[in-house]
Design a protein around this ligand. Sequence first.
Ligand code: C5P
Length: 290
Amino acid sequence: MSLHILAPAKLNLFLTIMGRREDGYHLLDSLFVFVGLADGITVEASETLSFALSGPFATNLECGDDNIVMKAAAVLRREACIADGARICLDKHIPLAAGLGGGSADAAAVLCALNDHWRIGWPLERLEPLAARLGADVPACLAGKPVMARGIGEHLTPAPAMPDCAILLVNPGIATPTPQVFKAFRSMNPEIALRAIPPLPARFEDLTALVETIGPRGNDLLPAAIAVTPMIAEVLAALTMLPGAAHAGLCGSGATCFALFESAAAATRAAQSLRNVHPSWWSWSGTWAV
Ligand code: C5P
């Protein structure tokens, strides 16, 4: 018997840094959403815990116990006192160190898949503390639907559903590790000023309404991400100029940038015209995760 689930990539439609904890982690106010680009996780019965990789972004990943997939499996196995093993296969489609939360998505998917496979049957609330131990974005990935994340990412509240629209993701192929971006943010912002945050509307009627909310908020990590990977400024400028792009922004800590379009056709056309000019940039277009 094998079980297959998807681990969708996340975007932060806006990301505001509210403060810094004593341990150096940053306090956020961020709208997390999930897109159709996803890794695949398959689990099968096995006496031992093992891990295999496939897919277009598997090459630079290691399958050792240090991988967040194995950490997620090990923590659930220990906490739920499971003696069985499992063979876990990760089909990697989300670019690495790209601001799309791929590792966090994989960890959340492994918790869910093994919770079923080992017939543990814990509700999401019981998996959440384990998710938070694995990484700041893992609880939001466990939710897998639009959420407002506060604290370092562990305080989640439901966010409005997303309007129909298409998303284009573009990555220039320069790995941009999250810790480096937060380090640059810290040196550029030794103090973080208190800020009033406008409440989210109850719903987003359409793409225009969504852009009215997310446009002014932006992503506070952008200057730090550009300091680490200057090419981000070029990607964002190229996305902003694409015909039909209603909004362009940085995904998490980068280097992936996103643009929003009214229709799939407009996003596909934009992706094609960008590929003509920048054939080495990775891109994906589609819509929200289902
Ligand atoms: O929790 P995670 O391992 O995904 O975070 C990677 C790094 O990003 C942390 O080591 C920390 O330097 C930084 N970070 C942060 N504040 C957050 C999330 C991550 O400073 N809310």
